[in-house]
Design a protein around this ligand. Structure first.
Ligand SMILES: [Zn+2]
Length: 284
């Protein structure tokens, strides 16, 4: 019996043994699947191209071997997102998104969720193939990737009481570990919330709603972008739980200036409000 053909996106590819290749694939109906392509480096007939990062393929996978790694029987290249390979910023962001998906995409899961995730993966690679990658697009795409992976920050309601958390024009408090905004009456001593402009949260909220193909149209002013970067960066580090290998490369290729001072605060610590010391503890 032949294995079923399915679209697939290559998230990771490593050589194995003399001529095999192990692939981490994202499938619309199955999430992340690890498969071995036997003799991949010898057979261009069964595996078009090199089976490499960013490739969008139509594959035949045998996943019925109980307890064993799935076997990739055949692959036809549908699209290789070649534009990502000729521009370092695009390549860096593309690698980062693939690594994020490779780390966090579920193996299996509800079909609607895995299809949504697959759709996000293709649409985001399409977007950065076509548009120049800057700090704004990078930040918004990271946010959308987290959302697609089920890690959606809450920007408008208080995560503790559910009431609208931010008054127009006011500063807002974001609790990284709790994953969203906290209203003034729910703030507790030692929370260590990030203090950001309400406008930053509104812009991020908008970034969640934009059609992905139009995301490049949303442009944040530098001050809000710096705050957004800090917020998304910390949220991601906390909730992803591992430092992704491609992050340093991305920071080099698509840097974002740290938040500038505002409201007279010193330049080094404009936004983050450290938790107050417990009573009786002397500062050193
Ligand atoms: Zn509250």
């Amino acid at each position: 019996m032949k294995s079923t053909p399915t679209p697939a996106l290559v998230l990771r590819a490593v050589d194995f043994g003399e001529s095999d290749r192990i692939l981490h694939l994202l499938l619309p109906d199955a999430g992340r699947v690890t498969a071995i392509a036997k003799g991949a480096r010898r057979s261009r007939r069964r595996f078009s191209g090199a089976l490499d990062l960013f490739q969008y393929l139509k594959v035949q996978i045998d996943r019925r071997r109980r307890g064993a790694m799935a076997r990739l029987d055949q692959a036809v290249l549908l699209h290789n997102f070649g534009a990502l390979r000729v521009d370092p910023s695009r390549f860096a962001l593309g690698c980062y998104l693939l690594e994020l998906l490779d780390r966090l995409a579920p193996e299996g899961g509800a079909r609607a969720d895995t299809r949504r995730l697959f759709g996000f993966a293709l649409a985001s690679l399409e977007l950065i193939s076509e548009r120049p990658v800057d700090g704004c697009l990078r930040t918004l795409l990271e946010l959308r990737a987290l959302d697609a992976l089920g890690l959606r920050p809450e920007f408008s309601r208080c995560v503790r009481c559910g009431r609208p958390a931010v008054a127009a024009g006011a500063a807002a408090l974001f609790h990284v570990a709790d994953g969203g905004t906290v209203c003034a009456s729910c703030t507790r001593e030692g929370d260590g919330c990030l203090r950001v402009h309400a406008g930053t949260l509104r812009a991020l909220e908008q970034g969640m709603r934009f059609d992905l193909s139009q995301l490049h149209r949303l442009v944040l002013p530098q001050e809000l972008l710096s705050e957004a970067r800090l917020l998304i960066g910390r949220f991601e580090r906390f909730h992803v739980g591992v430092e992704l290998r491609s992050r340093r490369f991305l920071e080099q290729r698509v840097p974002i200036a740290p938040p500038a001072a505002h409201r007279g605060a010193p330049r080094e610590k404009p936004i983050y409000s450290p938790p107050p010391r417990p009573p009786g503890q002397e500062s050193r």
